[in-house]
Unconditional design. Structure first.
Length: 305
């Protein structure tokens, strides 16, 4: 794997105390697309107010059969042509007041992104939400899904014109261990940023289940209520305002609908649901919320200490 490092630095280095719950180093996956440009702009803006570091990585495809993230053209004597347009785009985005390191990698895209995040001690990966072609959807899902699946750190996925803000956070829980991990993280974030916390659990019971097993549905409702009550109780213990919601229907549809109703700034979710690892790829609740939500979606991957 080959790397090229560029750095744009202001006069006074970033530094200072970082409150628990705030991110210290963000890695932006940059491919020159409009969504990645916005993700980088928002990361830089957010970093200035939060006093954290920003690194941008652009990855060149090296494995056969994998869709390209970027196209690069440059005469290198080998007959190949490369175009460093993404790097040039970063130069236009970065202002004198910003500090950012830019890394050009060559390799398997999701592996390279995760590797850079690990080497740079990043605690958050930010990715713009790309519009996938039908072929890409059929071909093992998106790069974003693979980064989320294999990343050991949190991933923030941003729609094209979204901003990074934490004033109102919607936390979706299903009571799984992955939701418990995400709960700890969202409480840290909400506490650090003074957020209004909204908590939802979605009951996916069908009409047939209502008709045939009404007792089972009642237990599902009780379980969903317990899920949100646990989070609310913990939030109130640390002085946060928290409001709970129980919704019925397709989980991703109800979560996205509530995002719009509340005008939430971000959705926070675990990377997996109650059914386990297989749910992280295309078709999972998290993936569908990422695809449909108008605000950034934070996918929590680990407990923070």
């Amino acid at each position: 794997m080959r790397s090229i490092y560029l750095q744009f630095v202001r006069g006074d280095r970033l530094g200072g105390y970082m409150a628990v719950g705030k991110y210290k180093c963000m890695l932006v996956a940059f491919d020159g697309s409009d969504c990645s440009k916005n993700a980088l702009k928002q990361a830089i803006k957010f970093a200035e107010s939060e006093t954290c570091r920003v690194t941008a990585v652009t990855v060149l495809r090296s494995s056969e059969g994998e869709p390209e993230l970027v196209r690069v053209r440059q005469s290198d004597g080998s007959g190949r042509s490369r175009d460093h347009t993404p790097i040039n785009s970063i130069k236009l985005i970065v202002e004198d007041k910003a500090e950012i390191q830019t890394i050009l990698e060559e390799g398997v895209i999701h592996e390279a992104i995760i590797d850079v995040a690990d080497k740079r001690n990043c605690d958050l990966i930010i990715m713009g939400r790309r519009v996938l072609s039908r072929l890409e959807r059929a071909f093992v899902g998106s790069f974003t899904a693979r980064v989320i699946r294999y990343s050991p750190i949190d991933v923030l996925v941003m729609p094209g014109k979204a901003v990074i803000a934490w004033d109102t956070i919607l936390f979706a829980t299903d009571g799984s261990k992955y939701s418990d991990i995400a709960m700890d993280r969202v409480l840290e974030l909400a506490s650090a940023h003074g957020s209004a916390l909204k908590i939802v659990s979605v009951l996916g019971a069908s009409d047939n289940l209502y008709n045939e097993l009404p007792g089972a549905v009642e237990r599902m409702i009780e379980h969903a209520q317990e899920n949100v009550d646990v989070v609310k109780r913990k939030a109130e213990e640390i002085g946060l305002d928290a409001e709970t919601f129980i919704r019925e229907g397709e989980p991703h549809e109800q979560i996205v609908k509530l995002v719009n109703e509340l005008k939430a700034d971000a959705v926070c979710m675990g990377s997996h649901g109650r059914t386990g690892l297989e749910r992280i790829l295309m078709g999972s609740v998290t993936e569908k919320v990422i695809e449909k939500a108008k605000c950034p979606v934070l996918v929590v991957k680990q407990a923070h200490v």
